[in-house]
Design a protein around this ligand. Structure first.
Ligand code: UDP
Length: 231
């Protein structure tokens, strides 16, 4: 494996607190990503914003503005996580699809490639830069652009199930499922826009539980216990 994109939800960053940052959780991620980087794997990171804000749940303000706040929430998450990664001994850069002055650098494929080749972890903050999209779509878009081999989706639930395992104890976990089945059955791996983009550009996604010990490293090293979404 040479290049991967890892997607963390905003809630994952918050740990049990559900909002804001949980340093312990992020340090565990940092420790694992460091092992991958030391093995020569290029790692890009996309983080959601749900620990602060979601555009679609704000009823009284214009959706475009609400989504802008959401995109800025993802920038905050990336700045925080990037600093934890740096304190763990990694080199990082944050790219955004819009200017944030000196806080981040403007995304371009060439810039991302340059940082990857320097052994840096590249954070893709700000989603797609457009309202009415999500960081699910952002991660698929960036993965396709930077030619990652696979997207790792680290989630609260440890794979893709045929029903909600938190409500139905008999729900069955898929070992493998095609993106066409995900779309046809609306299996909630990523949102529908992102699913279609992954299908059209043949970008596989591996879903696993973030909270299981060492799950990111295990997934990359082939000791995988989640669900592979094939394309
Ligand atoms: N967002 C956006 N465009 C993007 C990515 C994110 O407008 O390309 C906004 C949107 O308001 C979203 C919020 O940022 O609700 C947080 O992103 P995330 O993907 O975590 O959203 P979720 O799917 O949880 O709403």
């Amino acid at each position: 494996m040479k290049k991967i994109l890892l997607k963390l939800s905003g809630e994952a960053l918050a740990g049990d607190k559900k909002t804001g940052f949980d340093e312990d959780t992020i340090r565990k991620v940092a420790f694992q990503v460091k092992q991958l980087v030391e093995d020569g794997i290029q790692v890009g990171i996309v983080i959601g914003g749900g620990n602060f804000w979601r555009g679609r749940s704000s009823e009284n303000i214009d959706r475009t503005k609400a989504d802008q706040i959401g995109m800025l929430a993802t920038v905050m998450n990336c700045i925080y996580t990037s600093e934890i990664f740096r304190s763990a001994g990694m080199k990082t850069e944050i790219l955004t699809p819009f200017e944030c002055s000196s806080f981040t650098k403007l995304f371009s494929k060439d810039r991302a490639d340059k940082y990857f080749s320097q052994g840096k972890v590249v954070f893709f903050a700000g989603g797609t830069g457009h309202p009415y999209f999500s960081t699910d779509t952002g991660v698929v878009l960036r993965a396709v652009e930077v030619e990652a081999e696979v997207i790792l989706l680290a989630k609260a639930v440890d794979g893709v199930y045929d029903d909600d395992p938190r409500k139905n104890p008999n729900a069955k976990k898929y070992k493998e499922v095609t993106i066409d089945e995900v779309i046809a059955k609306n299996l909630q791996v990523v949102d529908m826009t992102a699913s279609i983009l992954a299908r059209d550009n043949k970008m596989p996604m591996w879903v696993f539980g973030l909270n299981e010990e060492n799950s990111i490293v295990n997934t990359v090293k082939g000791n995988f216990d989640g669900t592979k979404v094939t394309v």
